[in-house]
Design a protein around this ligand. Structure first.
Ligand SMILES: [Zn+2]
Length: 446
């Protein structure tokens, strides 16, 4: 055995030796041919590198800040930094396919990068949705725009705010002063107002309880949130509770707040025209996707596959059911308050003139007829005065009451919310301020 080992050892050593020899030979070869460049050549090489660096720097796009002015749409904002119609439309269309831009806010800034040589040509568009999500559109050599997103990590936690109203403070002011973002305060006040008349019945000493699911960047910057629960218990009002209900489809029109009994917490509103809500174009001035002209868009466009059922938003009488080149197949319903709801570009109409329809009755199917750039529903609301209004300003609900499987799903979600209370109850509570009797408790969301 030992002899065999010794044999292998020799074999190993000799093979290393062979390698060392061959290495030596190579090194000698390199040393034998020293090729020291002349000082002129070295200088030329340095100049070369400087030139390529300059070239690299000059290829960086020239950035311009496109600021949203009051009443500006994205098109006007892009034009303000010198983008032409064609380039603006390209950016707007690429965005529509990738990002939900939401409502533009005055003061909001987009960055547009221009080619440093052809300075009229945009090559970059940057939109920071929030500090954690930054969207880019980048133009390639052929002028086609590609979408990219960079996402920074965020923390998600449950926050339970509890307290009592103090003299002279409304629930709205109290929630705002304890640091709940304005949009969340609006949701809490909105759903509780369905059950509590704050104007007359709120009293100092009344108790409130709000559970939020908060997403923050670096633990402090607010990204977004959901009101999972809002509760109110007062001396003049009975205990009221609102629970968030969410379906697997984040765009389901049933996603809203309900009582434990399944009652929708929204004032008598219109019903949604579709089961799934993906807004592709809002009410207001915009560039028409087909004609390219600046025009007033008098309704809301919802994306939908051809054949998706379209529902009446309220009871009424059919005052129009026809076809024309602009609107395609369209239907209009006159409601009891003399307002009208219009439904355009349908593939099929399911109702005739003069017919009475009930809220949530199917009146047709989504289509792409008339002047339309893709399957969608255009919903418009005409006021009794004859002028159009933003349909999104009308409160809409999918159903006044959850029933069947949806009601059972709500009960499951209420159970989950109550189990989060059990966890937050064990968390350490933090006093928010001495003048407001309120505390907050945080637990990490799973
Ligand atoms: Zn439209």
């Amino acid at each position: 055995m030992a002899r065999i080992k010794k044999f292998f050892l020799i074999l190993l050593v000799s093979s290393i030796w062979v390698q060392i020899i061959s290495c030596d030979e190579q090194e000698v070869k390199v040393v034998e041919k020293p090729n020291q460049p002349s000082p002129e050549a070295q200088l030329a090489e340095i100049q070369n590198r400087i030139d390529s660096l300059k070239n690299f720097i000059s290829k960086q796009p020239i950035l311009k800040a496109a600021k949203v002015e009051p009443n500006y749409g994205l098109f006007q904002t892009l034009q303000s930094v010198g983008l032409d119609l064609k380039q603006s439309l390209k950016i707007i269309n690429t965005l529509a396919d990738t990002v939900e831009l939401g409502v533009l806010k005055a003061g909001q800034i987009f960055w547009v990068g221009f080619d440093p040589i052809d300075t009229s040509k945009a090559v970059l568009f940057r939109y920071a949705e929030n500090p954690a999500a930054i969207h880019f559109l980048i133009a390639d050599y052929a002028g086609e725009w590609k979408y990219k997103i960079t996402e920074n990590p965020v923390s998600v936690r449950y926050a339970l705010y509890e307290g009592v109203l103090v003299e002279g403070k409304t629930l709205y002011n109290t929630l705002r002063d304890i640091g709940i973002p304005q949009t969340m305060v609006g949701v809490v006040a909105g759903v509780l107002e369905c059950k509590v008349s704050f104007r007359t019945d709120a009293r100092a000493g009344d108790e409130f309880k709000v559970l939020l699911k908060e997403t923050r960047f670096q633990d402090s910057v607010w990204i977004n949130g959901n009101v999972l629960y809002a509760g109110y218990n007062g001396s003049k009002v009975k205990h009221s509770e609102a629970f968030m209900y969410q379906e697997a489809d984040p765009k389901s029109s049933y996603n809203a707040h309900y009582t434990e009994e399944g009652e929708a917490l929204i004032h008598s509103g219109l019903r949604y025209p579709l089961d799934r809500l993906h807004i592709t174009s809002r009410y207001g001035y915009r560039i028409h996707p087909v004609t390219g002209a600046r025009a007033f868009h008098n309704g809301v466009d919802y994306r939908g596959a051809v054949g998706t059922p379209v529902y009446a938003v309220a009871d009424g009488v059919i005052v129009r059911s026809s076809y024309d080149d602009a609107n395609g197949n369209h239907v209009a319903i006159k409601h009891s308050d003399n307002s009208q709801s219009w439904y355009l570009h349908l593939s099929q109409r399911g109702v005739g003139m003069g017919q009475r329809v009930r809220s949530r009755q199917i009146i047709g199917k989504v289509g792409n007829t008339g002047r339309s750039s893709g399957p969608h529903l255009h919903l418009a609301i005409k006021q009794p005065s004859g002028s159009w209004m933003d349909p999104l300003l009308k409160k809409m609900i999918a159903t006044p009451k959850l029933e069947g499987a949806k009601f059972l799903a709500l009960q499951e979600q209420i159970k989950t919310i109550r189990s989060i209370f059990a966890r937050t109850d064990r968390a350490e509570s933090k006093n928010i301020s001495d003048s407001l009797f309120a505390t907050v408790k945080w637990v990490e969301a799973d």
